[in-house]
Structure formats: structure tokens, C-alpha cells
Design a protein around this ligand. Structure first.
Ligand code: 2HA
Ligand code: ZN
Length: 270
């Protein structure tokens, strides 16, 4: 067996989490990450038959039965993951009946899976139905996205359109737009179901006055979506209270999208 502390998926989560902490996206124990892993990839590092304990999922996760997932632990501080991966991460396999997560590694000291496990698992199911190569779900609290949900109308169309207008790259990176949920109690199956419903069509979903979910085939892709949206939100928050002298017009945005042959949400323009 190879040393799991050197596994690319462990190292990558540690590195990304530390980056997100430094960017201010993940204060204290906020944020959570989950990544679907290939059996062959994990099998090089851990015994796939050695179930340490069974963790009830509390919802029907049958659609992911047999899948192996690495996820952050409940209460884990993103700044500390790379120093103590075994305490701050867990690798689980969803049981065939979807009722349990079988712990194969990590959550050392009796740790629990992220409180947002329902939202992660349900979102994985949705994203896989849209893109069979999607592997990553990422949640965090980017400052300007959050701030913007306090002062901008919470309409998916208007919110996305404003973010598209703030940076030329926005429409190139998320032409499919951003889903938006009203404030809800976090850590519940209800917010998980609502997020997953949005994830059927969006790769990004904002939780008003809380944070954002991003998804992708890789951690870089999911994180890249979030940082692009956050950058646009930052420009908005820096300029919303000032007289607007210049703007990227709808015509210019459409020209850009058409010239790049993007499959963009045409209905998000007025
Ligand atoms: O894991 O961010 O939404 C802490 C959170 C809950
Ligand atoms: Zn959160």
C-alpha cells in the first residue's frame, strides 16, 4: 500500500482548502468539500474491505450506492486540513442501499462527516445526471457574494446578469448562469434537496446570506467557477454605490458569447 498522505486527492484538498482560507472564503470551520474517487485510485492507498464504522446518511443515497467519496469532516478548519488530513477528512463508500456511509479512512478520533453531507450527496446525484464526469462539490462563504445577496434582488436572472456585466470573463466562465436559493436553515435534508434541484441545471448555486456551492470535474474547475463569481461580486460591491460611467452593454456581452459559441442563458437578458 502506498502512503495516503502522499495521495494526490489528499494533497489537493489540503492545498485548495488552505488557499480558500487565505482568500477569506472559509473562516473558522466554514465550508466543505467532497470529491468522488475511483476505486482503483483509492485502492492503491487503503484497504477497501476495511470498514471502520458505518455512518447513517439519514436520507436515500442509493443513486450513489457503491461510490467512494472523500469529504471534509464536520468542524474541520480549512487552514488545518493539510497539517492533519486524517482528522479533517474522511473517505467513505456509500452502501448499496444508500442508508450508510461506510468509513474506510479518516475522521480520526470519532469525527463526523460535514454537516452539509446531504447537500453534497444530493448535489453529486444531480450533477452526475447533467455531466457524468462531474466529481467535485465545493461549498464556501466568499465575502462579496454574501454581501451582494444583502443588497441585490434575489432573482437568478438579474443576479447572473449583474455578475456577467461586472467582468468580461464572467459570461465565458458561467454562461449557464447561477442558481439562487433564499435563506434556509443549513445542514438539513431540505436545503440539500433544494440545492440538488438547482444543481440539475446550474453548476453554481448561491445560498442567500450564507454562501455558494460550486461543482466541476476537478477541484480547480469547481473552485475556478466560485472565484470568478466572487471576483464579479467584488467589482459590484466596489461600484454599486458609485455613479456608473461605463458599462459592458448587453450587445457586447451577446457578441462575446456568440463569437465564442457559448451555450449561454439567452433568457437572462431582458
Ligand atoms: O461546514 O459552512 O454551511 C460549515 C458550513 C455550513
Ligand atoms: Zn456554509
Amino acid at each position: 500500500m502506498r502512503n495516503i498522505m502522499t495521495a494526490p486527492f489528499v494533497l489537493e484538498i489540503g492545498k485548495t482548502a488552505a488557499n480558500m482560507y487565505r482568500l477569506g472564503f472559509d473562516e473558522r470551520n466554514s465550508g466543505n468539500i467532497s470529491i468522488l474517487l475511483d476505486e482503483s485510485e483509492v485502492g492503491e492507498y487503503i484497504d477497501l474491505n476495511g470498514v471502520i464504522r458505518e455512518i447513517p446518511t439519514g436520507f436515500d443515497a442509493k443513486m450513489l450506492g457503491g461510490k467512494i467519496i472523500i469529504a471534509t469532516a464536520s468542524g474541520s478548519y480549512f487552514k488545518n486540513i493539510s497539517d492533519a488530513p486524517e482528522e479533517n477528512l474522511g473517505i467513505v463508500r456509500i452502501s448499496r442501499d444508500g442508508k450508510n456511509a461506510e468509513l474506510l479512512w479518516g475522521l480520526k478520533g470519532g469525527g463526523r462527516l460535514t454537516s452539509e453531507f446531504p447537500a453534497h450527496i444530493m448535489s453529486h446525484i444531480s450533477r452526475l445526471s447533467a455531466d457524468c464526469e462531474n466529481r467535485v462539490i465545493l461549498h464556501c462563504h466568499p465575502t462579496h457574494i454574501l454581501a451582494m445577496t444583502f443588497v441585490h434582488e434575489l432573482s437568478e436572472r438579474k443576479f447572473t446578469h449583474t455578475l456577467w456585466q461586472m467582468c468580461t470573463e464572467s459570461i465565458m466562465i458561467f454562461p449557464d448562469g447561477i442558481g439562487l436559493l433564499p435563506w434556509m436553515v443549513c445542514g438539513t435534508n431540505e436545503i440539500g434537496e433544494a440545492t440538488a434541484e438547482k444543481m440539475k441545471i446550474y453548476r453554481l448555486v448561491i445560498w442567500a446570506m450564507h454562501g455558494i456551492y460550486g461543482s466541476g470535474r476537478t477541484l480547480d474547475e469547481a473552485f475556478g467557477l466560485i472565484e470568478t463569481a466572487e471576483k464579479a461580486a467584488q467589482i459590484y460591491m466596489l461600484t454599486a454605490h458609485l455613479p456608473r460611467v461605463n458599462t459592458i452593454t448587453d450587445g457586447q456581452l451577446k457578441n462575446l458569447a456568440e463569437s465564442l459559441k457559448l451555450n449561454y442563458r439567452k433568457d437572462f437578458f431582458d
